[in-house]
Write a protein that binds this ligand. Structure first.
Ligand code: TRP
Ligand code: SF4
Length: 335
């Protein structure tokens, strides 16, 4: 039997290159090797967007469109909406007894995220909610509801998987062997830098290229990307390793990368031309994705049918898990 993978994504915005090269590109390959569950984590998105339900609602379908367009195949894998699986919420309640507040506050992912909130909101960052601090518990429910064995995540999420493993061990030791202990699946993905050279590409940082950005938008963004600041005149030699334009050439230019590099170093290449070439390569790379996305944008009913079908399949699996869990906790009344 093939192993089961489960991973999730928060529907808070469309996919950008950071998501693609950092995670979802891999999901497309994994679905050939594993029974794959891809969760659109709307409940988790609400933990810090509870006051903006419209944003979460709208992005569920947008994320689904993006995932289908990059090649997530509903015939191979199960894509579903988290909130439509009430068992996840139920499991969260039972797991919450197995986790101390101290342990949650010590979770490095939570710690970092709280620190970021404080940095952004000042003292308002102090008002973190119960739901937010508890989202690792809910994420453990996400994983175990579907017997997830491997969880493809980035390094920043490793503490969440560790927390899930602890919950599983505690559950099994108290209630008997019931749940599977998952393992993180770290893949050879790369964290993608932003157009501004920031280590992370992110929506809130305003330095992202989205998979569905138009040529006009991409032109604007690339024309403003950070280049080697020592290059003033067109024929000054420069260091491509200090240039975000070259950085993106490396991602999407599979034809004349060496030339770009050597010409930049020699000073025989102007940045404007170099950027224009990158725009062409970028559009080439995005074109097949955007064509598929265009189809799904025009056929929202197809997207909804895929989501509904995936969610029904996911519901079946979660129901089975719930039965076992209730039996183990001895709350399987009248069944
Ligand atoms: N926390 C993940 C993120 O922010 C998303 C996610 C939700 C997830 N549920 C999951 C990842 C379950 C792995 C497993 O990227
Ligand atoms: Fe960057 Fe190209 Fe300019 Fe070199 S020539 S600094 S790689 S934009």
């Amino acid at each position: 039997m093939e192993k089961t993978i489960l991973t999730g994504i928060r529907p808070t915005g469309r996919l950008h290159l950071g998501h693609f090269f950092g995670a979802t590109k891999n999901w497309v390959e994994l679905q050939d090797k594993y029974q794959s569950f891809f969760e659109i984590a709307d409940v988790q998105a609400l933990t810090d967007n509870f006051d903006n339900p419209t944003k979460v609602r709208e992005n569920v379908r947008e994320i689904a469109i993006d995932l289908l367009s990059i090649g997530i195949d509903p015939n191979k894998s199960i894509m579903f909406i988290q909130s439509m699986i009430p068992e996840i919420a139920e499991l969260t309640i039972f797991y919450s007894n197995l986790v101390t507040m101290a342990r949650l506050y010590r979770n490095p992912t939570i710690k970092t995220e709280i620190a970021q909130k404080k940095a952004i909101f000042g003292n308002h960052g102090e008002s973190v909610t119960y739901g937010f601090v508890g989202y690792p518990v809910s994420q453990a429910a996400d994983i175990t509801a579907f017997n997830g064995e491997l969880v493809p995540v980035g390094e920043d999420q490793l503490p969440l998987i560790e927390q899930c493993r602890e919950i599983v061990r505690k559950f099994n030791s108290i209630y008997g062997d019931t749940l599977k202990e998952p393992e993180p699946y770290l893949s050879k993905t790369t964290r993608i830098k932003g157009l501004d050279g920031n280590d992370k590409m992110g929506k809130s940082l305003g330095n992202a290229i989205y998979l569905r950005d138009s040529e006009e938008i991409i032109t604007k963004k690339i024309m403003n990307a950070v280049t080697d600041s020592n290059k003033i005149k067109k024929n000054d030699p420069a260091n491509p390793d200090k240039c975000m334009v070259y950085y993106y050439h490396q991602l999407v230019n599979h034809t004349n990368l060496d030339v770009v590099c050597s010409e930049c170093r020699k000073g025989s290449r102007g940045c404007v031309q170099c950027k224009k070439e990158l725009i062409a390569h970028m559009m080439n790379f995005l074109k097949p994705i955007q064509e598929k996305a265009h189809y799904y944008e025009n056929h929202p009913e197809v997207v909804d049918a895929i989501l509904l079908d995936g969610t029904k399949k996911a519901q079946k699996v979660a129901k089975e898990t719930m039965k076992k869990v209730k039996k183990a906790i001895k709350i399987d009344y009248y069944s």
